[in-house]
Design a protein around this ligand. Sequence first.
Ligand code: FMN
Length: 229
Amino acid sequence: MKITLIHGQSHKGSTYHVARILAEKIDGEITEIVLPRDFDQMCVGCAQCIKKDEKLCPHYEKLAPITEAIDAADLLIFESPVYVYHVTSAMKALLEHYGWRWIMHRPEESMFKKQMVCIATAAGGGQKNTCQDMADSAAYWGVAKTYKYGIAVRAMKWEDVTAKTKDKIERDMDALASKIKANQGRVKPPLKTRIFFPVMSMVLKKRPDSVDAKYWKEKGWLDGKRPWK
Ligand SMILES: Cc1cc2nc3c(=O)[nH]c(=O)nc-3n(C[C@H](O)[C@H](O)[C@H](O)COP(=O)(O)O)c2cc1C
């Protein structure tokens, strides 16, 4: 299984370790992207990616290797420590650069067959929101199956996490890795996606000259073809 692991921070703390433990248990081919080291650009808000062409983004070339790694993966693992109840700014900046890939615009076909895990660690709270920040993009990218794993590690660094919590993480990651392996190649997007997709198809048929409608037309999605089939 090809795994692309995106770290929302550049240090090897608790969140890094939880994500690595999971990736290693799945025993696939792992590609790692570390933020902001590998991508440190902020969205400039020109909206050219959404309105015209993603290649017009001033950061397109810098983003391209990450996009390739995402597209090549069977499993995406996105992780972020909780920073003031949400993902790190580096993770948020990356997600913003994929607004054009949301279902209502030009979703990537392979997403509809992928699995994704969103991982967050907090000292005490905010892990739910933080997982959701990443899961929102997963849902609107069309990812077939998304798992969320948040844990309050009660520490500011991995070395201070208790043995009991580390044991729990090991057990939780064993269970999650088994589920992911069992689901590989068998996932289908949730009902919400399968309902939203034809609704978007109807909306885009009414705007045949838009870049989004042209993309959907090329894919056959305006004529009943579906990316998960
Ligand atoms: C800028 C900053 C903001 C934080 N905000 C929160 C927070 O909102 N809630 C919380 O429980 N912990 C918060 N923390 C603590 C971290 O989320 C927590 O220690 C986490 O496990 C760190 O993960 P890491 O070791 O991967 O960096 C914050 C830490 C930093 C540096």
